[in-house]
Ligand binder design. Structure first.
Ligand code: CUA
Length: 155
């Protein structure tokens, strides 16, 4: 079978790109340790309001000087609606939902999670710049989705 020269180049290019992308995925997975979330904490979605620490959502300061922020995402708000944390300190966010899937995205950061009923998701961030950050739900969750946001004040 005759394969035209340009066809052969193009096939080689395609195969090469495939290997490059597979290599990039393997590098991210193994060298950068980027994996799908595992070991998520389970929570009974019908008992979120009675399960500590989600019965009192909010910010806690840990003994090592870092912070934890517990959030409940439910139609169509975040609890607490506003928190204040210091700049330059590590803040670990924990979020769960008692009703439907919500998003948890803090604008101008790489904190981007889903709040899934039955699970506690978490991510950490160090705010370098003071100001007010917008926390938004970026998963369509119903008729009031566009009103679902909260504020994070960094001092
Ligand atoms: Cu919650 Cu969209």
């Amino acid at each position: 079978m005759h394969v035209h020269k340009y066809e052969r180049w193009w096939l080689t290019f395609g195969m090469g790109m495939l290997l490059v992308f597979l290599g990039a995925i393997a590098f991210a997975a193994f060298a950068d340790n980027m994996n799908p979330p595992s070991g998520l904490r389970a929570i009974d979605p019908t008992k979120v309001s009675k399960t500590p620490p989600f019965d009192h959502p909010g910010v806690r300061r840990l003994a090592d000087g870092s912070y934890e922020a517990y959030y409940v995402a439910e139609v169509f708000s975040f609890e607490p609606p506003t928190i204040t944390v210091p700049a330059g300190k590590k803040v670990t966010f924990f979020v769960t939902s008692p009703d439907v899937v919500h998003g948890f995205f803090i604008a101008k950061t790489d904190v981007n999670m889903m709040a899934v009923p039955g699970w506690v998701n978490s991510d950490s961030h160090v705010f370098r710049t003071r100001g007010t950050y917008l926390l938004i739900c970026h998963e369509y969750c119903g008729i009031g989705h566009q009103n679902m946001f909260a504020k994070i004040v960094v001092r």
